[in-house]
Design a protein around this ligand. Structure first.
Ligand SMILES: *Cc1c(COP(=O)(O)O)cnc(C)c1O
Length: 382
């Protein structure tokens, strides 16, 4: 066989229509704060089944805006999962939030509502789920919990824009949903993200936080007798705006989301077909009630051979990753007294996890090659 070309872990899909969409905008009057951002926001609403979308400069910015929108204050507690990228937690800690880690379901890797419930107190300000690998969390159970205790539920949907849960789109499930458009996510604008909600008050506050907290809307000014130049800083915010150029790319990418969904499903099914006969390998769990956009293909092997398998796959030119190092095991968190032993399911999930390449242009032949390599390694390391 000819030597294999390297297969990257992830790769954005940018086609000519994406290129033209951006190119047309470069010489347009508005390259930021213009109509392309508003159009992108309307396009997101259609896909996410939500009333409001606020485009921002990253997924982390979206999370930060979501915490601002619910009025998170120093000392407020936020319950989330350790099986995520650190920003889910750190963007709540920046404004002074206190993180409590609930454990996960050992099958999906998603936060376990029972573990969440055990941590709820009068200080709880938010429950934050992450749709790990694109598979929606138990949103109905979490929303029931949130309603019962009067706590908003935030969904970190960095992996799951386009996923369906019981036939409903991600973006219509939680009180607030945060999206990321980083190149390894479901669509890309380079850097970018969005806050999605049906709650007009949350939407207004997220929009304000995105743009310095500066109020321009007459309806919300304290002083209405000043001239038309008048605006008011009523709270703190940041500049988290998305430029129009990137919003154009976003709208064009969103248009292609159904195709990405189909292609990723093919890759997912290809791995399943080629790997399900391999012994002692745990394939990603799929609840029938959901139709995920499979952003990751999280495999699990025996933790004792994870490192060797990972290194051999990398040496063979196959771009694998591990998702995620539990947030409560990072030095910053350990110094605050956190330990992954408080969430044993997440700790154990991580210990055997390897994410295989997953992107729209991954060919079925590459899927076969990767699976074969995986099977060979699995046998040789037993
Ligand atoms: C990527 C990611 C983020 C952060 O998004 P950025 O756009 O990189 O800031 C947050 N949470 C999860 C689960 C992610 O995968």
């Amino acid at each position: 066989m000819a030597p294999m070309k390297n297969i990257p872990y992830g790769h954005q899909s940018v086609n000519l229509s994406d290129v033209f969409a951006v190119a047309r905008g470069v010489r347009f009057e508005w390259i930021t704060r213009g109509p392309a951002v508003e159009k992108f926001e309307r396009d997101i609403c259609k896909i996410a089944g939500s009333a409001y979308a606020i485009a921002v400069s990253s997924g982390s910015a979206a999370l930060h805006c979501a915490y601002a929108a619910i009025g998170l204050e120093p000392g407020d507690e936020v319950i989330t999962t350790p099986l995520t990228f650190a920003a889910t937690a750190t963007t709540a800690m920046n404004p002074g939030g206190v993180i409590l880690f609930a454990d996960i379901h050992p099958d999906t890797g998603n936060i376990d509502p029972k573990s969440v419930e055990a941590l709820i107190s009068l200080r709880t300000k938010a429950i934050v789920a992450v749709d790990y690998a694109g598979h929606p969390a138990d949103m109905d159970e979490l929303m029931v919990l949130g309603k019962k205790h009067g706590i908003p539920v935030i969904e970190d949907a960095a992996h799951s824009l386009g996923s369906l849960y019981k036939g409903r789109p991600v973006g219509s499930l939680a009180d607030i949903t945060a999206l990321s458009f980083f190149p390894t996510k479901n669509i890309t604008t380079g850097e970018g993200g969005a806050v999605v909600t049906n709650n007009p008050d949350f939407a207004r506050k997220a929009r304000l936080f995105r743009s310095h907290g500066m109020v321009r809307d007459k309806e919300f000014l304290h002083n209405t007798s000043e001239g038309p130049w008048h605006r008011e800083l009523q709270s703190l915010g940041l500049n988290y705006r998305m430029p129009d150029l990137l919003a154009r790319l976003g709208s064009s990418q969103l248009h292609r989301l159904p195709i990405f969904h189909k292609k990723w499903k093919q890759v997912f099914l290809g791995y399943k077909e080629n790997l399900s006969h391999v012994p002692n390998l745990t394939l990603p769990f799929h609840h029938r009630e959901s139709d995920p956009m499979w952003r990751l293909y999280p495999l699990r092997v025996d933790p004792r051979i994870r490192r060797a398998v990972f290194e051999d796959l990398r040496a063979a030119g196959i771009g694998v990753q591990v998702n995620y190092i539990p947030v409560n095991s990072h030095p910053y968190f350990r110094e605050l007294g956190f330990t992954p032993d408080s969430t044993p399911h997440a700790r154990d999930y991580y210990a055997g996890e390897i994410s295989l390449p997953m992107f729209a242009d991954l060919s079925s032949r590459s899927v076969k090659v990767i699976s074969q390599k995986m099977a060979d390694l699995r046998r040789s390391k037993k």
